[in-house]
Design a protein around this ligand. Structure first.
Ligand code: PLP
Ligand code: MN
Length: 372
């Protein structure tokens, strides 16, 4: 029989490296987020750049979320094809090939929403909709992307934001519905008080810009922001209507170090010891192609071991004298906790979700590799 893991199989029968999810922990992360945020009245639009899964997007909606965010147009294409259509694309769509694809997607799915931070971007999209033979009343919903301190994308607050809103209002095929201001630079600030104070400052910029746009005659009904590290602060601010957390579902070591244990690390990479390389060091089958390193090195779930990268396909696990780590031998299996969850998931085809050591569900990483 060819190798083909199935629901009902014990986790012990899975080949490695495999991406595995503890369903009890994931479910508890979802209920923690929902119980903390839903009572504030804010909408939850989870960022699907983390899970890249339409099924998990639907599950979050069933738990109380309203729609989802995607980073890229190609992710939106996948989600819409899978029937998950209420998506906000949170990166600017610039350049003829991408704009043409956006118009094509929008023709069949009017729920797609986009962000804009320049006149070039705005005109490119409105012109392409006009060229596609649309009638005057056909308008795509857009949000102004505002720089609230991240300095990644976003128009500056004040006069530049107002000018852009006026430009959007003049263009025949755009309908301004709101403002996005993502404070990504604050998500991993370790001090709770510093993270909160800086976030509230960014929210003042966001909410006051939304008010200034309204005073200028624009209808601003969506004010969207926030990630796993800040969503609760954002949700406490009058005028914020929507938050976009993503990583909370699975977490990673970087987020755990920054925000503590509100959410649990529910996703690990199951790995096998391939070789012994000394009295206290072994080699496992998870390297750069299984675990990312941009936010530091992954950690072994069992305490007492230190991970090291040994290239594309291999990593080392070393245990310290007198430490908690027990000697590992060839054939042993370990679970590695990713340091940065989103790009790690993007390295894998499937999730194996388990409860009490048995595979309960198998999900595909639908928009894996969709970077355009
Ligand atoms: N919103 C935007 C625009 C993002 O770029 C991100 C992540 O980078 C998020 C929300 C979600 O953040 P997190 O995964 O940290 O919860
Ligand atoms: Mn991330």
């Amino acid at each position: 029989m060819p190798y083909s893991p199935r629901v009902g199989d014990p986790l012990a029968t899975l080949d490695t490296p495999s991406m595995i999810v503890d369903l009890d922990l994931m479910d508890s992360n979802i209920s923690t987020l929902m119980s903390r945020l839903l009572p504030t009245g804010v909408s939850i639009r989870p960022h699907l750049k983390t899970t890249k899964s339409a099924l998990l997007a639907q599950r979050l909606v069933a738990a109380g979320a309203k729609g989802g965010c995607v980073a890229k147009l190609s992710e939106a294409e996948v989600m819409c094809a899978k029937g998950f259509t209420d998506v906000l694309i949170t990166c600017e769509i610039v350049g003829k090939p991408k704009v043409a694809r956006l118009v094509e997607l929008w023709k069949t799915n009017r729920e797609v929403k986009i962000v804009i931070d320049s006149e070039v971007c705005a005109k490119g999209i409105s012109d392409a909709i006009a060229e596609s033979g649309s009638t005057a009343d056909e308008k795509i919903a857009v949000l102004i992307d505002l720089d609230v301190g991240l300095h990644r994308t976003g128009v500056q607050p004040g006069a530049p934001a107002l000018e852009l809103a006026r430009c959007i209002a003049m263009l025949p095929h755009l309908r301004l519905i709101g403002v996005q201001g993502y404070e990504g630079h604050l998500q991993h600030v370790h001090s709770f008080e510093e993270r909160k104070a800086a976030c509230l400052e960014s929210m003042r910029t966001l909410v006051s810009t939304a008010d200034a746009l309204r005073k200028d005659g624009h209808e601003i009904s969506v004010v969207t922001t926030g990630g796993t590290g800040t969503a609760e602060f954002c949700a406490s601010v009058h005028g914020v209507t929507e938050v976009q957390p993503g990583s909370f579902l699975f977490m990673d070591t970087d987020y755990r170090a920054a925000i503590g244990g509100t959410y649990s690390n529910s996703l690990t990479i199951l790995s096998t010891v391939l070789s012994t390389q000394g009295p206290r060091i072994v080699t496992i089958d998870a390297g750069l192609k299984s675990l990312t390193t941009d936010s530091g090195l992954a950690e072994c779930k069992a305490p007492g071991y230190e991970y090291g990268v040994l290239g594309d396909e291999h990593g080392s696990l070393e245990w310290k004298d007198g430490g908690e780590g027990k000697p590992l031998k060839v054939g042993d299996r370990v679970e590695m906790v990713p340091s940065h969850i989103d790009p790690t998931i993007n390295l894998h085809d499937v999730y194996y979700a388990y409860r009490k050591g048995v595979i309960e569900e198998i999900w595909s990483v639908d928009s894996r590799g969709k970077v355009q």
